[in-house]
Write a protein that binds this ligand. Structure first.
Ligand code: HEM
Ligand SMILES: *[C@@H]1O[C@H](CO)[C@@H](O)[C@H](O)[C@H]1NC(C)=O
Ligand SMILES: *[C@@H]1O[C@H](CO)[C@@H](O)[C@H](O)[C@H]1NC(C)=O
Length: 323
């Protein structure tokens, strides 16, 4: 069939309209701030770099903030919002209370970004870039992040407490289904768990494992018991490295530890305990490049969880408060 000129021009104009509408809806893209805020990547990197050089653990804390942001209603900066009289946010929900850290680094980035490009860059995007830079600074892989998320106008204690976030006591089946619920595969889940190659956990998160479990190296368990008393309440906040050898270095030793029954959390060791994920753990323990590759792919997928796009959401002026 030959199109008449009027129907082909109708087609062209509807195509143009479609392009305008989808551009207006602004899907995530690496170039999102190239024109509007070219200094953005440099500002983020320099603040993260100076924070992490003073305290390497902050890299781990920022990576975890990104994960906990994305799993609760998508990557929308909601985890950064402070409680107010009328809003109970995510910070004191069980998986977060007394445990999330690094907020000051995000605040410092935000104030420098606001000075350079006012009301343009979301806190959610700042956290996305900062998490990537954190991994890179500790010797991990580099990747291009997608940007253009907007910030939530709210935050929810109940949503963060509802069980969407995994617990250190979670079983393998629970981990698989919690990640699957976010559109993340078993492979994504195992690769992302490799985030525990950096940072620390509190005694309260691993006490049951080091006193009660049998799939644990006994010397490792004894060493951890020295700084984590059996009776609950005492020493709850004492910390231990998630990766016994190189907790300030992003590498694949987390998976080597699992093979040696030296996973610190119950939820770590379930990945190598005779179940369906053993072979992936084996692969990553032997092949750091395979781990890096799958980790990067999974971080990008995690960053794609329910993006809040214009015209929804807002660009917060202060990451701790909705405008
Ligand atoms: C698979 C399910 C996961 C569980 C059950 C889990 C649980 C935990 C727990 C209990 C802690 C210690 C919290 C504390 O005691 O204060 C922790 C720390 C940490 N998690 Fe996870 N996590 C999981 C997945 C992830 C993912 C996907 C990432 C990022 C890719 C991640 C990154 C981290 C980091 C970097 C730390 C150390 C934070 C710091 O030192 O401040 N975790 N995680
Ligand atoms: C959070 O932790 C603090 C300090 O341990 C505690 O006083 C507070 O009750 C906790 N909040 C919630 C909501 O559990
Ligand atoms: C270990 O298991 C025992 C028996 O189930 C339980 O009473 C105890 O609270 C558990 N935790 C620790 C740290 O011993």
């Amino acid at each position: 069939m030959v199109l008449s000129s009027s129907s082909s021009s109708w087609l062209l104009s509807s195509l143009a309209l479609f392009l305008v509408v989808t551009a207006g809806r602004s899907q995530l893209s690496p170039n999102y701030y190239h024109q509007s805020c070219p200094k953005l990547p440099f500002i983020v990197k320099s603040v993260v770099q100076s924070a992490v050089s003073k305290q390497p653990r902050l890299a781990a804390s920022i990576l975890r903030l990104f994960f906990h942001d994305c799993f609760v209603n998508g990557c929308d900066g909601s985890v950064l919002v402070d409680d107010t009289g009328s809003l109970k946010g995510e910070k004191t929900a069980a998986p977060n209370n007394g445990s999330l850290r690094g907020f000051e680094v995000i605040d410092e980035i935000k104030s420098k970004v606001e000075a350079a490009c006012p009301s343009l860059v979301s806190c959610a995007d700042i956290l996305t870039i900062a998490a990537r830079d954190s991994v890179l600074l500790l010797g991990g892989p580099n990747w291009e992040v997608k940007l253009g998320r907007r910030d939530s106008k709210t935050a929810s204690f109940n949503d963060a407490n509802s069980g969407v976030l995994p617990r250190p006591s979670s079983s393998l089946d629970t981990l698989i289904s919690l990640f699957q619920a976010q559109g993340l595969s078993v492979k994504d889940m195992v690769a992302l768990s490799g985030g525990h190659t950096i940072g620390k956990a509190r005694c309260i998160s691993f006490r049951d494992r080091i006193y009660n479990e049998t799939n644990i190296d006994s010397l490792f368990a004894k060493a951890k018991q020295m700084n984590c008393p059996r009776s609950s309440g005492s020493g709850d906040d004492n910390v231990a490295n998630l990766d016994i050898q190189t907790t300030n270095y992003f590498d694949n030793s987390y998976f080597k530890n699992l093979i040696n029954k030296r996973g610190l959390l119950h939820s770590d060791q379930v990945l190598f305990n005779g179940g369906s994920t053993d072979s992936l753990v084996q692969t990553y323990s032997q092949n750091g490049n395979a781990f890096n590759c799958d980790f990067v792919a999974a971080m990008i997928k995690m960053g794609d969880i329910k993006p809040l796009l214009a015209p929804n959401g807002e660009i917060r002026k202060n990451c701790r408060r909705v405008n």
